[in-house]
Design a protein around this ligand. Structure first.
Ligand SMILES: [Zn+2]
Ligand SMILES: [Zn+2]
Length: 131
């Protein structure tokens, strides 16, 4: 019985390590030079607080350490939901049309305190916006 418990603890520990490693990879996966001043973001189906964190992480403009946090319940799997983000980077190109619109399909965790998200699909459009 004791041996079994030890084994279970070891598995839990390994899952935790794997989770931390995956989180690290995600943080480095997508990042571009941007500030919140030259980008505009919106979503019809992702809560504002979640959306802000997702956008900040995607564009590497998070003011915190950049380390993703997670809800303790998420060790056993996230409470996943899908949403769409629309991000406009103003004056992204030097010639007209200058602005770039990015539409991304996102999978994210609905639990509070969890920063997990994954970009499933991204489409770019050059849009007429700023002169
Ligand atoms: Zn989660
Ligand atoms: Zn613009």
């Amino acid at each position: 019985m004791k041996r079994k418990n030890k084994k279970r603890l070891l598995i839990l520990f390994m899952v935790l390590i794997a989770t931390i490693m995956i989180t690290g990879l995600q943080a480095n996966a997508v990042s571009e030079r941007a500030t919140l001043d030259n980008i505009e973001y919106s979503s019809e189906n992702i809560p504002t607080e979640k959306l802000e964190r997702i956008v900040k992480t995607m564009y590497g403009i998070s003011e915190d350490t950049g380390e993703n946090t997670r809800n303790i319940l998420c060790i056993f799997g996230h409470s996943k939901a899908n949403g769409t983000t629309k991000i406009i980077e103003h004056r992204y190109y030097s010639t007209a049309p200058k602005c770039r619109e990015t539409i991304s399909a996102i999978e994210y965790c609905t639990r509070s305190g969890c920063d997990y998200f994954m970009v499933l699909h991204t489409a770019y459009n050059r849009i007429v916006c700023c002169p």
